[in-house]
Ligand binder design. Structure first.
Ligand SMILES: Cc1cc2nc3c(=O)[nH]c(=O)nc-3n(C[C@H](O)[C@H](O)[C@H](O)COP(=O)(O)O)c2cc1C
Length: 198
């Protein structure tokens, strides 16, 4: 399993953090890139000082004492000449978690000014799975139209809307619900939340 993971600047750093924590336990490798807004919001929401995607990985490793089975390769958000800017490199799927309305707007219009946007655009053109986890509320009609355009282009929209029927006890449980649903779409076995048994 080789993934591209993009962290964009929406609220909901917990979804990124819990997804990365769970991914650490999966054999494989991923490319990781984070926008400046994502890094800033991560700092604010976790009341910590992170300045880079590397810092976010270190934070996750330390906070949850993960034993890394997964290898992350950090890529510079501004390096549109990076390896993951080209479809000549192969990856199985890309996840943008969380995803801002700004990045949704760029992706739905084919704008590729940074590495998240470029790698996501490559994922769509190469017909690779692209999972977008948008976070905004309420949505205006521009957001809705852009999300629909992305769905029509082949992306999967997985809103940051955790369910409550699994009786979450902690905020991490809510993060794990979304991480688990991303895993389901990636075809990775997961035990991140209790399954509904009927
Ligand atoms: C604390 C904070 C929270 C934000 N939350 C959201 C959000 O939930 N959804 C959203 O679309 N934008 C949100 N924004 C605005 C985006 O970060 C901003 O539009 C930024 O340009 C997104 O760029 P990026 O997608 O390249 O990271 C937030 C900004 C800040 C500072």
């Amino acid at each position: 399993m080789k993934l591209v993971v993009g962290l964009a600047g929406a609220s909901g750093s917990i979804y990124a953090a819990r997804f990365l924590r769970a991914l650490y336990e999966v054999e494989g490798e991923s490319y990781l890139t984070a926008s400046p807004a994502a890094i800033r919001i991560f700092s604010e929401e976790y009341e910590t000082k992170v300045e880079s995607a590397e810092d976010i990985l270190s934070f996750v490793e330390t906070k949850w004492k993960v034993k890394p089975k997964h290898k992350f390769h950090v890529r510079n958000f501004f390096d549109i000449g990076s390896d993951i800017a080209s479809g000549s490199n192969r990856w199985d799927a890309m996840v943008v978690v969380p995803c801002s309305m700004k990045t949704v707007a760029s992706l739905s219009h084919g704008l590729t000014e940074n590495l998240i946007e470029r790698a996501a655009d490559v994922s769509l053109k190469e017909r690779r799975r692209l999972i977008i986890v948008p976070r905004e509320t309420p949505y205006n009609r521009i957001h809705l139209k852009n999300l629909l355009a992305l769905d029509e282009a082949g992306a999967i929209i997985l809103p940051a809307s955790p369910g409550f029927y699994q009786m979450p006890k902690t905020l991490d449980d809510l993060g794990d619900f979304i991480a688990g649903r991303i895993f389901n779409l990636l075809g990775i076995e997961q035990n991140l939340y209790p399954k509904w048994l009927g």
